[in-house]
Design a protein around this ligand. Structure first.
Ligand SMILES: NC(=O)c1ccc[n+]([C@@H]2O[C@H](COP(=O)([O-])OP(=O)(O)OC[C@H]3O[C@@H](n4cnc5c(N)ncnc54)[C@H](OP(=O)(O)O)[C@@H]3O)[C@@H](O)[C@H]2O)c1
Length: 276
């Protein structure tokens, strides 16, 4: 199998790094990248081929035989122009688009009716191999192609298939934007720690370790997180006081509202890109 990334930025680099760690060889991976410095960085870091020429990059991989996968990893606003440039060069490759918010139907249209398309919605923890990726395949995509997409995205974390493309908006709102909600919470813990006398470094370490420990505890048991929370909350104790303060500020409902707002924005962005 040959995998050609179009666009060799942050997310492509995370995937390439994960694929190499999973045992894919450098010879199986190629990148088409317009930025010269990025091409040089990719060659040095991964020992892979990185070229500027789109048609050459695609056809050399196809000529080598076997399954050829093309991963579209440019920014969403760059994808329509790229699609117009590559439609003539597509020849039965499996196309996986990681571009946020670009609907499969719009991509199919831009690619001149091309159907062998899977959408993947990864998140930034993919950069450290701990991502979550939502996957959606257009109806005619065969099982074997689904397995290929799975194996590529599992190189950087876990995956979840959705049968309805609309659910990718939910995954975007929970997992795509989610790391920012977690950082927001950690930032607040850090600020409180500093105000209560810790150094910046101590506050960061304690907040991160507490978060990590709580997630590990939740992951390794089968108790609901609400039960785990109640176990930390003794009647009349410090945690109860803290949770009551959060509830007084309606924090839980504000977090739910925040996730809903991200979901709405994801839909709006898809509509905007769909007008191109
Ligand atoms: N980062 C995330 O958290 C995340 C999460 C989910 C999904 N995604 C999706 O992943 C995609 C890539 O994101 P990223 O953060 O990796 O972006 P990025 O770092 O900007 O990488 C995109 C790369 O593609 C290059 N490029 C642009 N047009 C090109 C073309 N026609 N042919 C070849 N290369 C081209 C860009 O060069 P220039 O810089 O010179 O334009 C850049 O080096 C986006 O569609 C994004 O929605 C990202």
């Amino acid at each position: 199998m040959k995998i050609t990334f179009i666009g060799g930025g942050n997310m492509a680099s995370a995937l390439i790094s994960g694929l190499l760690k999973q045992g894919y060889s450098a010879g199986q991976i190629g990148v088409v990248e317009i930025n010269e410095d990025t091409r040089a960085r990719l060659k040095t870091m991964f020992g892979i081929t990185a070229v500027a020429d789109l048609k050459g990059g695609l056809s050399s991989a196809t000529r080598s035989g076997g399954t050829h996968v093309v991963v579209l990893a440019v920014k969403p606003q760059q994808l329509q122009e790229l699609s117009q440039q590559m439609r003539e060069s597509l020849d039965r490759q499996l196309v996986i688009s990681i571009a946020a918010g670009i609907r499969a139907t719009d991509l199919m249209r831009w690619l001149g009716g091309y159907q062998r398309i899977i959408r993947a919605m990864p998140n930034t923890p993919s950069l450290v191999g701990a991502g979550v990726t939502g996957l959606y395949a257009v109806p005619d995509v065969i099982e074997q192609d689904r397995h290929i997409a799975e194996s590529i995205m599992e190189a950087v974390g876990s995956i979840l298939w959705v049968g309805d493309e609309d659910m990718l908006h939910t995954i975007t709102a929970i997992c795509g934007s989610g790391p920012a909600y977690v950082f927001y919470f950690i930032e607040s813990m850090q600020t409180a720690g500093i105000k209560l006398g810790l150094s910046e470094n101590e506050a960061r370490t304690l907040a991160l370790q507490t978060f990590q420990g709580a997630v590990k505890l939740a992951n390794e048991g089968d108790e609901d997180v609400a039960v785990l929370r109640s176990k930390v909350t003794s009647k009349g104790g410090t945690t109860q006081q803290a949770i009551e303060t959060l509830d007084a500020g309606d924090v839980k409902n504000r977090i739910i509202a925040a996730v809903f707002a991200a979901n709405v924005r994801s839909r709006e962005m898809s509509e905007e890109f769909g007008k191109l």
